[in-house]
Write a protein that binds this ligand. Structure first.
Ligand code: MN
Length: 231
């Protein structure tokens, strides 16, 4: 028996079959995976990508037919958006070779890695972890998951994000420093990837500050579009 009722399993519905739910195990994220974003963050454009994580219950699945509401987080004066291709893992993988990595992909989503940029800057300055900057409640709005069998080649997908109908981000997954398969392989060297894991693969340039009341619309070609309002 449990000491108290366990919390609900985090889930993301499957695109086209919203009664089918993808159970979220962990959320991994790649930092600095696009040269131009590395430069806008003060890097050289040739930095080595890094990994961080968000709690599984940070996901906010967004129905493509509705504008969702996402809580504006406390403790920040500089919340920023990062549109990213998300890999949904469907197989256990440990130390997997780059060539075998794609077989672990169950599907794809588009997600927004919401970031308390002021807390992240302070953490970098003090050489402290990014947890408060990246791993907060509702920090991972995400589309329904498109099964891999129904999606095109995501190595050359277009990512875009608008704030209040103004274009902020536009990028191509082909510009990732570490490719989709390299990201999966590299993460599997540090952790055992499990069915239900999500991987946010990094953001192209153009990140900017967003405020309460702003409407964010983001998409990825071949996957879908999401829209949410910060409340
Ligand atoms: Mn990111």
């Amino acid at each position: 028996m449990f000491a108290f009722a366990p919390s609900a399993q985090s889930v993301v519905p499957v695109a086209g079959s919203p009664d089918v739910l993808f159970p979220v195990h962990r959320i991994y994220c790649v930092g600095r995976n696009y040269a131009e974003h590395d430069r806008e963050m003060g890097g050289s454009g040739r930095g080595t990508p890094c990994f961080f994580a968000k709690p599984a219950d940070a996901v906010v699945p967004i129905n493509p037919k509705k504008t969702a509401e996402v809580d504006f987080p406390p403790m920040t004066e500089n919340l920023q958006h990062e549109v990213e291709l998300v890999i949904a893992i469907g197989k256990t993988a440990k130390n997997i070779a780059v060539e075998q990595a794609r077989a672990c992909v169950w599907g794809w989503a588009v997600g927004v890695d919401l970031t308390r940029r002021d807390l992240q800057a302070a953490a970098k300055e003090m050489r402290r972890p990014w947890t408060t900057a990246k791993g907060f409640d509702q920090s991972a709005p995400i589309s329904f998951i498109k099964p891999a069998a129904e999606a095109p080649d995501m190595n050359n997908a277009e990512l875009w994000l608008y704030v209040n109908n103004q274009e902020k981000q536009k990028g191509l997954t082909s510009d990732m420093i570490w490719s989709i398969d390299e990201v999966i392989s590299e993460i599997s060297r540090y952790w055992t990837l499990q069915p239900g894991d999500l991987i946010f693969t990094g953001s192209p340039a153009g990140v900017s500050k967003i405020e309460k009341g702003d409407v964010v619309r983001a998409g990825c070609s071949g996957v879908g579009t999401i829209e949410f309002k910060l409340v």
